[in-house]
Design a protein around this ligand. Structure first.
Ligand SMILES: C[S@@+](CC[C@H](N)C(=O)[O-])C[C@H]1O[C@@H](n2cnc3c(N)ncnc32)[C@H](O)[C@@H]1O
Length: 271
């Protein structure tokens, strides 16, 4: 049976978007104090925007992602960087079968686990594999936020067919009360959960309209929206709306993309 979640991310090539996220990924990992002797799990890791800098700082790192193409891309990056302490494997954030209880000091999931179905199971799995005293750090796009990715997801969803019944929106992870409820059900006291807005900057050496074309060609959720919009003759309207968004949010000048995007940074400490 096809897994629509897996198909969505294997449809495009997220490495093309991730290339614009390396600086913020590195800065985030630096801020988390990752170093030798730490066991780090990166869930929904893509091709390693946060996993690779964690390994470069000496941690033993495992990246898990639903998409086979991104797992392969991550392993290729690890080999190219000569990092024997970095490994990627296929897996699902809502069922981290094969990973032992309490086996990681730090579990990171930046715009990753938020896209998995069954958020309560995701929270339970993230908690289960974290060692007592360890941390979980999530980055989640925020519904209704006016900056880039929340708006790309909102606009794309408006053109895509209605989701199946029972579908829980990924951006529901961007609301602190949901985060507290989900981790609460996994046994974490609200006092051990901190949520605050933070920023990721998309940086690309191309004009913002060209960077938008990268999303159109390679970002699964936007690709699906374009398929649906094309079927109803609305592809150009969608393109116009998204191109205007990228141009309005750009801070890099006419030839360069530099677009900050706000997300909810969640830090959970496992007692
Ligand atoms: C927006 S990308 C972010 C990738 C990476 N964390 C980064 O910051 O570049 C979302 C990632 O989550 C992965 N993903 C989606 N659903 C997943 C699931 N159920 N289990 C594991 N990974 C998942 C996708 O394959 C994709 O790599």
């Amino acid at each position: 049976m096809t897994n629509p979640n897996k198909a969505l991310w294997e449809k495009g090539d997220f490495t093309r978007i991730a290339a614009a996220m390396r600086e913020s990924g590195d800065a985030l990992v630096e801020s988390l104090g990752v170093g030798p002797g730490m066991a780090v799990l990166d869930v929904g890791c893509g091709d390693g925007t946060t996993a690779l800098p964690a390994a470069q700082r000496g941690a033993e790192v495992l990246g898990v992602d639903i998409a086979e193409n991104l797992v392969a891309a991550g392993n290729a990056r690890a080999a190219a960087a000569g990092l024997g302490n970095l490994r990627f494997e296929q897996g699902d954030a809502s069922n981290l079968a094969g990973l032992a209880d309490g086996s990681f000091d730090l579990v990171v999931s930046i715009f990753g686990a938020m896209f998995a179905p069954r958020p309560f199971e995701v929270a339970r799995e993230l908690v289960r594999v974290t060692r007592p005293g360890g941390r979980i750090v999530m980055g989640n796009w925020i519904p209704g936020d006016p900056t880039l990715v929340a708006q790309v997801l909102r606009i794309s969803a408006a053109y895509a067919p209605p989701p199946p019944e029972g579908f829980v929106s990924p951006v529901s992870w961007g609301i602190a009360a949901n985060v507290v409820e989900r981790f609460g059900a996994a046994g974490i006291d609200a006092a051990h959960i901190a949520c605050e807005p933070a920023s990721y900057v998309f940086v690309a050496d191309m004009p913002p309209a060209e960077f938008f074309e990268t999303f159109r060609a390679f970002y699964g959720p936007t690709m699906n929206a374009f398929d649906a919009a094309a079927a109803s003759g609305r592809a150009e309207a969608l393109a116009d709306e998204l191109r205007a968004l990228f141009e309005a949010q750009n801070r890099g000048g006419p030839e360069r993309t530099e677009i900050p995007a706000i997300y909810l940074k969640v830090v959970v400490t496992r007692g």
